[in-house]
Design a protein around this ligand. Structure first.
Ligand code: ATP
Ligand code: MG
Length: 422
């Protein structure tokens, strides 16, 4: 039997990868403008890191992690990273990045792993582009993160995304709200799904985020966090909104958006699209002021987001497809001597930035021309035995089908001179 890929794990093939590369390139551009540096963190971390940061009663930790015991004496539990923030914060602490410069703006891109039910826009290995700012508590950086994302969407040409915004309060005010919500939910326990009922006491906010019909209707008139915010949280959220209005970034308030990870506080957000079906969130994130401390570091505020590449690529592909690279020049050769002439020339031209393709085995003129056509080569250079003797070759423009004779010793020069017009 042939060996297949694992369910929910996919290949990104030529034809599609061009869109990925385009997105990654634009991301690097925008991150550069906002002064973010790239960080590459391991794909495998100790399980404990995710348990402590993401939270024991979240979907990710409860049932979605790929965890296994290492083969060391202790059987240390290891997990394929389900998200990037925990690893970035671990690195920030372990490498004492705060000692060099207390404010760090970091971004990452790479695969994440969650054992979820695969469907459109949901895989078990998926890719995220994410960013974290550590060391800044002010609302300007919250707005900056949102503006960065908006600039990024504009740069790749994505329109029509909706920004939903919420605040989750902080250590001062959330406990009060939590109590109120818990009391409200206890009275409607029987309408909640088994999952929400099970974690009601430990994590009542989760019920607001649940996609089950019963939970949605049971919580439709639940108390909203907005009425319970302490003054500093109110001020912070007010400023974030003012900055967005002043910079012309539209948003919608959604007080039910609690996000699926425990470390969030204050500002949280999600960018959604109505063209993705039920997996509609393209990017999401928020503030996590307690996380660094929770992981054993000095009190350090933080905020970040992660963007799902697959969903972004799905949206972009609805708008247009990007073509794979095409040769600037395809050398058609007839006879060994022509091949011997062509091979080093091809290499020299590539060294000068020209994309050159040629065959290694003898094929008919017709079949080489067909191949050049299929690869959408811009120019074809035809070198035969007879042309070689005369020191000539034929240069054919595949777009307008015009062709002319050129001297072999001038080919390189001509191609380089005409590079702009390929
Ligand atoms: P979802 O609403 O899809 O469950 P989430 O709240 O679990 O998303 P986050 O952990 O905030 O997602 O991850 C940020 C982004 O990563 C999501 O908005 C989405 O675009 C993408 N993402 C998350 N899980 C997957 C997955 N299994 N497959 C593909 N993309 C994903
Ligand atoms: Mg999820």
């Amino acid at each position: 039997m042939n060996i297949t890929a694992i369910k929910g794990f996919s290949d990104i093939l030529p034809g599609e990868i061009e869109t990925w590369q385009f997105v990654e390139e634009k991301a690097r551009e925008v991150f550069g403008l906002y002064n973010f540096s790239e960080i590459r963190i391991p794909i495998l971390e100790k399980t404990e890191l995710f348990r402590r940061s993401i939270g024991e009663t979240t979907d990710i930790v409860e049932k979605e992690m790929y965890t296994f015991a290492d083969q060391d004496a202790e059987g240390t539990l290891l997990t394929l990273r389900p998200e990037g923030t925990a690893g970035v914060v671990r690195a920030y602490l372990e490498r004492k990045l705060y000692q060099v410069e207390p404010v760090r703006k970091l971004f990452y891109l790479g695969p994440m792993f969650r054992r979820e039910r695969p469907q459109k826009g949901r895989l078990r290995q998926f890719y995220q582009i994410g960013a974290e700012v550590l060391g800044r508590a002010d609302p300007y950086v919250d707005a900056e993160i949102l503006l960065l994302l908006s600039d990024f969407f504009a740069k790749v040409g994505l329109e029509g995304l909706l920004l939903e915004l919420n605040t989750l309060g902080d250590r001062q005010c959330r406990p009060g709200y939590r109590q109120k919500l818990l009391a409200f939910l206890r009275e409607r326990q029987d309408q909640l799904c088994p999952n929400c009922r099970r974690r009601l006491e430990r994590n009542p906010l989760r019920a607001l985020d649940c996609k089950e019909k019963g939970c949605i209707s049971a919580t439709s008139d639940a108390p909203s966090i907005v009425g319970y915010l302490c003054e500093p949280c109110q001020g912070h959220f007010g400023t974030v909104q003012r900055l967005l209005r002043e910079t012309g970034l539209d948003y919608q308030l959604n007080s039910r958006m609690v996000r699926g990870l425990d470390y969030y506080c204050r500002t949280t957000f999600e960018w959604t699209s109505d063209r993705l079906g039920s997996q509609n969130a393209v990017a999401a994130g928020g503030r996590y002021d307690g996380l660094v401390e929770e992981l054993g570091g000095p009190p350090t505020p933080g905020i970040g987001f992660a963007l799902g590449m697959e969903r972004m690529v799905l949206l972009l592909k609805m708008a247009r497809t990007l073509e794979p690279p095409r040769p600037d020049l395809y050398i058609v050769w007839i006879g060994n001597q022509a091949r011997s002439w062509a091979f080093p020339i091809a290499r020299r031209l590539r060294g000068k930035g020209i994309n050159v393709e040629m065959e290694g085995e003898e094929k008919s003129l017709k079949s080489q021309m067909r191949r050049a056509d299929k690869m959408r080569a811009k120019l074809v250079l035809i070198v035969g035995e007879e042309e070689l003797v005369r020191g000539k070759a034929i240069l054919r423009n595949m777009d307008d089908k015009e062709q002319r004779e050129t001297a072999l010793d001038r080919v390189e020069e001509e191609l380089l001179a005409g590079r702009g017009s390929f």
